[in-house]
Design a protein around this ligand. Structure first.
Ligand code: GCU
Length: 418
């Protein structure tokens, strides 16, 4: 199948518009042609599953070179030491087992410790698991006071629940609305979470802290924070593969917003992730960069200079020169299932750009006798579509809701069936 080219007429749009003047007008989207999914860089067509695997590594490398940066050789597959620090056998009124596991770097005194929280259904071995980062500490995912309060660096919050960059008791359970633990467990899944700041605190410190204290300051072609966070998800998977309560072959990697950009990059690099979910990931995640709708590449590289590699900003004012676009990131999951979710009011993340990415990235599944998204038109609000590439745009704002989780659970059930 040949990748269609998307041509959208331009009326007027200046890529030099001040960073705070986001475009929300479809008529002002610049004209562009998307880079091909189903052709090698040489121009040769991709015709067989074997071709796809080669084309896949070509695209993966392009994303590392131009967007996210390479993982340093010293970090690739670097083993961490896992120790169980707490087990709560009667979590959720006896329906689940909660385990806290610390993943640490042997022989590095100043290295961060990565704290994994794993909740699995009681009486079930080898459960499929959703793995994802949280924004404010594992103790925010559920209000149970037995969960260890994170001692890691935190961004302050407006409500004063973080003092001097340290979480306080007041922050327990404050993200619980984004993590419907009861529902996940009741449906037979486990949930594994990590605070993303355990890997690399989310501020631009010139790459001194987090895992950079072990692997050193990245070279200019090496990873930014999204790369380090993705690496952390793979190290969590290393552990999950060894835990009897988890089926290591049915781990779905999930992420919201910047952490959705991260789950996509983790799923692209590490094919052990059996399913990949991006929730409202926007620019640098599922949304097409060339549309420059809502958040642009220039804006993201200016606001968050530590997220990507040093090459990505060179495309700030010339997106047509960027050798990749984000539909190719979605394609990198093929032939595994991937789900992209948008929210109507989350215009900053460009819901339509996320849909187009899922659609334009769907071609490789056909080579495996599978259907990708299977629709041409963006679906109505709250009407999920797709087969191996799932998509919905729900009503409401930038967030993770029960509606989103209902779709992820259904999608995972469908694809994780023996
Ligand atoms: C900002 C940023 C987005 C990001 C979001 C988040 O809005 O511009 O790119 O997805 O933060 O992670 O919450």
């Amino acid at each position: 199948m040949k990748c269609r080219q998307v041509l959208i007429p331009i009326l007027f749009f200046s890529m030099n518009a001040p960073a705070d003047e986001a475009n929300y007008d479809e008529a002002k989207i610049p004209e562009f042609t998307l880079p091909e999914v189903m052709r090698f860089e040489s121009g040769e067509p991709v015709l067989t599953p074997g071709d796809w695997l080669k084309r896949r590594s070509e695209i993966l490398d392009l994303f590392a070179v131009h967007v996210f940066g390479h993982t340093p050789e010293s970090a690739k597959g670097h083993p961490l030491m896992a120790s169980e620090t707490q087990v709560i056998p009667d979590f959720l009124e006896g329906k689940a087992i909660l385990k806290e596991v610390s993943l640490s770097f042997p022989k590095h005194d100043h290295a961060p410790v990565i704290n994994l929280l794993l909740i699995t259904p009681k009486g079930k071995s080898a459960a499929p698991v959703f793995l994802g980062f949280n924004f404010r500490g594992n103790h925010t995912v559920h209000a149970d006071p037995r969960i260890t309060l994170s001692g890691s660096w935190m961004r302050p919050d407006k409500e004063g629940r973080v003092v001097d960059h340290r979480a306080t008791e007041k922050s327990r359970g404050t993200s619980a609305n984004r993590w419907p633990v009861d529902k996940i467990i009741a449906q037979g899944f486990g949930l594994a979470v990590i605070y993303y700041g355990d890997i690399d605190p989310d501020f631009d410190d010139g790459f001194e802290n987090g895992v950079h204290s072990v692997f050193g300051k990245p070279r200019e072609d090496e990873w930014g924070s999204i790369g380090t966070w993705s690496w952390g998800l793979s190290r969590a998977l290393d552990y999950l593969e060894t835990d009897d309560s988890v089926d290591g072959e049915r781990v779905a990697v999930f992420g919201h917003s910047r952490l959705g950009k991260t789950s996509l990059w983790a799923g692209a690099q590490d094919e052990r992730f059996a399913l990949v979910i991006s929730n409202n990931s926007g620019c640098g995640g599922a949304a097409l960069s060339r549309r420059a709708y809502g958040e642009t590449v220039k804006r993201i590289n200016t606001s968050f200079p530590h997220w990507f590699n040093d090459r990505f900003p060179s495309y700030n004012d010339d997106l047509n020169a960027l050798p990749v676009d984000q539909h190719q990131l979605i394609a990198l999951m093929a032939p595994r299932p991937v789900y992209v979710a948008s929210a109507v009011e989350d215009r900053w993340a460009d819901p339509r750009g996320e849909f187009l990415s899922a659609r334009e990235g769907s071609a490789p599944w056909a080579l495996f006798g599978k259907v990708g998204i299977g629709v041409e038109e963006m679906p109505e609000t709250n009407k999920p579509v797709g087969d191996h590439v799932g998509y919905h745009v729900r009503s409401g704002k930038h967030d993770v809701t029960d509606y989103d989780w209902d779709q992820y659970i259904d999608f995972a059930k469908r694809h994780f069936q023996p």
